[in-house]
Design a protein. Structure first.
Length: 370
C-alpha cells in the first residue's frame, strides 16, 4: 500500500505498522513469536525497564478456531520469564469455561492447579480477565480463583472498555444475573458485550451484600481483592465526561441505588449514552470506595485530549493519585502511534514526578504489596 499510494497516507502507515508489529516485516510469510514481540517492545524503553505482559485465551469466544492454543502461549511466556526473570511479569488469563473443564493443562491435572502452581512460584505475576469474551466478572465458577487471589494478594487485571474483541456466539440472556428486575434488551453480541465489561460489575463482585443475591451463602467479602480496571473505561468515556455535565449523583451503597440499577428498564443505552453517566466517573467513584482497586490508562492515552484531566487527577485528587497506573496496550496502539511516541509524549506532559508515580510507584504497589 505504501508503494501504490504515493502520499502522506498516515492511516495506511499506521495499519502497516500494526501488521509489522504483529506479523513481522515479511508478513504473512514470517510468523513473529511472542519473544520477538517482547524484544521489539524493549527497544522503545530505557534499559532495565520492567514490563507486565497480558495473555489472552480466546478459545471460548465462539469466533472460530484459534491459530495457537492457549497452552502453547503459556509455555512460551514461561520461557520468556525464565530468560528475563527480573524484567518480565506475565499475567495468566482466566476464563471460567476453561476452569470447569477437567482436561490436563501443561502437565497439571486441570487448569486451576496449573494456575495456582505457576502463581505461587512467581512464573506468572498476576491474573488477566476479559469478560467481554462471554462471561460476568461475578461468575461463580471463578470463586476458587478469587479466593486464592484474595488470600495471596494476587493482582488481577481486567478489560474495562469497549472494543472489537467480544463473544461472537448467540446469547439467551434477558435479565441481569444479580437482579431479574434489570432487563437486558441488547441481542447483538457487539452490543451485549458492554454489559459484560461494565465497571459496575466489580461493585457487584466486591460488595458481599450484592454478591449474595447471586451466590447466596457462598458469597465472600471480596472488597479487598486487588483489581486493576484496564483502560479506565476507555478514551470515549473520558471524552463524554469532558464534554457533558457530570450529573451522576453517585451513591455506591449495598442496595446499589447507584446508576439507578433498580429501575425496571435499566440498560446501557438509557444510562450511559444519555450523558448522565460515563464509565470514567463510575470508575473514579469505585476507586475511592475500594482500597485495592486500581485503573490503568492503557490504550486511552493515545488521545492527547485526555492528558489535562489525567494530570489534574494526579495532582489534586488525593484519593485517586495512588490508584492510577501507566500502560500502553502494546502493540494494539501501534495503529495510532508508536510506543515511544506515546510514552515520551505522556512523560513530557506530566513531568518526571507524576510519570514516576504512575509508571513505577503505583505499579510496584499493585504488583507487590502484601
Amino acid at each position: 500500500m505504501r508503494h501504490i499510494i504515493k502520499s502522506d497516507a498516515d492511516v495506511l502507515d499506521r495499519i502497516a505498522n500494526f501488521i509489522e508489529h504483529g506479523q513481522g516485516k515479511d508478513a504473512p510469510n514470517c510468523d513473529i513469536t511472542q519473544k520477538d514481540v517482547f524484544k521489539n517492545l524493549q527497544s522503545y524503553y530505557p534499559k532495565g525497564t520492567k514490563f507486565i505482559a497480558l495473555s489472552m485465551d480466546m478459545e471460548y469466544m465462539d469466533a472460530g478456531e484459534v491459530p495457537e492454543k492457549f497452552d502453547k502461549q503459556t509455555k512460551e511466556l514461561e520461557q520468556i520469564k525464565q530468560e528475563n526473570p527480573e524484567i518480565f511479569y506475565p499475567f495468566i488469563f482466566v476464563d471460567p469455561r476453561r476452569i470447569e473443564t477437567t482436561e490436563c493443562f501443561n502437565g497439571e491435572k486441570n487448569f486451576s492447579e496449573y494456575l495456582k502452581k505457576k502463581l505461587e512460584d512467581c512464573t506468572f505475576a498476576g491474573i488477566k480477565m476479559y469478560p467481554a469474551l462471554g462471561y460476568w466478572p461475578f461468575d461463580k465458577r471463578l470463586k476458587d480463583i478469587y479466593d486464592f487471589a484474595l488470600d495471596k494478594s494476587i493482582p488481577i487485571m481486567v478489560h474495562c472498555s469497549g472494543g472489537p474483541v467480544y463473544y461472537r456466539g448467540k446469547l439467551e440472556l434477558n435479565t441481569h444475573p444479580i437482579d431479574e428486575n434489570i432487563k437486558l434488551f441488547e441481542k447483538e453480541p457487539k452490543d451485549f458485550a458492554k454489559h459484560f465489561s461494565n465497571p459496575i460489575n466489580y461493585h457487584m463482585l466486591m460488595s458481599k451484600n450484592i454478591l449474595k443475591k447471586n451466590w447466596e451463602s457462598d458469597a465472600r467479602d471480596y472488597s479487598k481483592l486487588k483489581i486493576c480496571l484496564g483502560h479506565f473505561g476507555g478514551e470515549i468515556e473520558w471524552m463524554k465526561y469532558l464534554q457533558n455535565p457530570w450529573v451522576a449523583a453517585t451513591d455506591i451503597s449495598d442496595d446499589y441505588k447507584f446508576i439507578s440499577l433498580k429501575r425496571e428498564n435499566w440498560n446501557f443505552e438509557n444510562e450511559f449514552k444519555s450523558g448522565k453517566f460515563t464509565w470514567f466517573s463510575v470508575i473514579c467513584d469505585l476507586l475511592k470506595k475500594y482500597d485495592n482497586l486500581y485503573a490503568d490508562i492503557s490504550s486511552s492515552l493515545e488521545n492527547e485530549k485526555i492528558y489535562p484531566l489525567l494530570k489534574i487527577l494526579l495532582e489534586s485528587n488525593s484519593e485517586l493519585k495512588n490508584k492510577i497506573l501507566f500502560g500502553t496496550d502494546y502493540y494494539m496502539v501501534s495503529i495510532d502511534k508508536s510506543e515511544r511516541e506515546l510514552s515520551i509524549g505522556l512523560r513530557s506532559y506530566l513531568g518526571e514526578e507524576l510519570f514516576e508515580r504512575i509508571a513505577v510507584t503505583n505499579v510496584k504497589k499493585f504488583l507487590f504489596e502484601n
